[in-house]
Design a protein around this ligand. Structure first.
Ligand SMILES: Nc1nc2c(ncn2[C@@H]2O[C@H](COP(=O)(O)OP(=O)(O)OP(=O)(O)O)[C@@H](O)[C@H]2O)c(=O)[nH]1
Ligand SMILES: [Mg+2]
Length: 363
């Protein structure tokens, strides 16, 4: 069955409309209609007149791009007889599409289970009231059994992840002991992190035009100035990444915590306001995982697509923090990649490259 989707967007995301729709389209290409919700209805989230319209239209699935209460999801399902997804589940679906490693798959499953537990509880509550019987595929006892199974599975995944995490921590410890320099490549999804990682390490890894091509961090060592430098490619960030997803992806982000240098890749070909927004959002996430204050180089990527780059650079210069420098690059056309290496060499040599020095280089 082809899936025709109605997308519900809270008005707080109106200025990010295109971005939110890109996320939806990564999983569902057939969008029926987009509804903007100004004031969520306490019972259905969706306002009553829109709900009535959705109930009678062609769509068979509803994606609500917000944090929605389990009771609201169940109520919309009961009212419209259509499947309902919220923003967290949508992002998890995107993650699942690209999960490569065992760890990434387990983390996604764990996040999904955790997110669904309150929904199952709510379903049990309704089934007890005999109001949901048969609709979601199971009666009360079905849900209760499902709930117990889910809890057990959750515990097992946690144990497996803990083991994988220990192995990874040991590996990192070993690298530290060997005096390796660790460079983490981070940034918004689709910024070009993997492409840059490949260029820097001459390693062929899959890169793709759709978001979230990379899900588990991949590291590669190269030699710079006689030092072993380990580059790590990471999972793409997105704006408003729900906290429960940050937690479940802790192990993949854990690699970044130990980094000596951070390459923050930005798709500089985007509209300047969008670029600034993404820089700010990525910074916030870096702060959240506790790596504030480390040397950061903003790699302004995809300059091969840009005309009038100087004007854009001047705007970015005004937004830099003290530990940040910028280098405009093209990861695909290999423009200025050697300047990135130059920066890394300066940091390795213990030189303090601040934003003013960089501004002079680009003047
Ligand atoms: N024109 C141009 N395209 C680029 C450049 N760098 C990357 N791209 C393209 O941008 C798209 C995304 O690149 P990736 O390297 O997969 O991006 P990513 O940041 O690793 O994305 P995720 O892993 O999904 O977070 C691909 O289609 C690349 O070919 C560049 O310098 N110029
Ligand atoms: Mg990638």
């Amino acid at each position: 069955m082809t899936e025709l989707i109605d997308v519900i967007i809270p008005s707080k995301y109106k200025k990010f409309l295109e971005e939110e729709l890109t996320l939806v389209k990564t999983v569902y290409s057939d969008i029926n209609k987009v509804y903007i919700i100004r004031k969520p209805n306490p019972k259905y989230y969706i306002s009553l007149n829109k709900l009535e319209e959705i109930k009678n239209n062609e769509s068979n699935k509803i994606v609500i791009m917000d944090k929605v209460k389990p009771s609201q999801i169940i109520n919309v399902m009961r009212e419209t007889k259509k499947e309902v997804l919220d923003r967290v589940l949508l992002i998890l679906e995107i993650f699942a599409l690209h999960a490569g490693s065992k760890e990434a798959k387990l983390q996604i499953e764990l996040a999904r289970l955790k997110h669904q537990l309150p929904l199952i509880k709510e379903a049990i509550r309704y089934a007890k009231l005999k109001e949901l019987h048969g609709f979601l595929g199971a009666g009360r006892y079905g849900y209760e059994k499902y709930y117990t199974m889910t809890r057990k599975r959750e515990a097992r995944i946690r144990r497996e992840l803990e083991e994988l995490r220990k192995t990874r921590a040991l590996r990192r410890q070993k690298r530290r002991e060997l005096g390796y320099i660790h460079v983490a490549i981070v940034g918004y999804t689709c910024a070009g992190k993997t492409t840059l990682f490949n260029t820097l390490t001459r390693l062929n890894k899959p890169v793709g035009p759709e978001p979230f091509t990379t899900l588990s961090p991949k590291s590669r060592a190269v030699e710079i100035l006689g030092h072993k430098v380990i580059f790590t490619d990471t999972v793409g960030f997105i704006r408003d990444l729900p906290p429960e997803i940050i937690e479940s992806f802790y192990a993949t982000l854990e690699e970044i915590i130990d980094a000596n240098i951070i390459i923050h890749v930005v798709d500089f070909s985007k509209n300047i306001n969008q670029v600034i927004k993404e820089i700010v959002e990525t910074r916030k996430i870096l702060e959240k995982i506790g790596i504030h204050g480390k040397p950061v180089v903003l790699a302004l990527n995809k300059i091969d697509l840009i005309d009038g780059i100087n004007e854009k650079i001047n705007i970015i210069l005004k937004h830099l923090e003290n530990n940040e420098v910028i280098i405009p690059i093209s990861a695909t056309k290999k423009i200025n990649v050697e300047k990135l290496l130059w920066y890394i060499k300066q940091v390795i040599a213990g030189k303090n490259i601040d934003k003013n020095i960089c501004a002079k280089i680009w003047a």
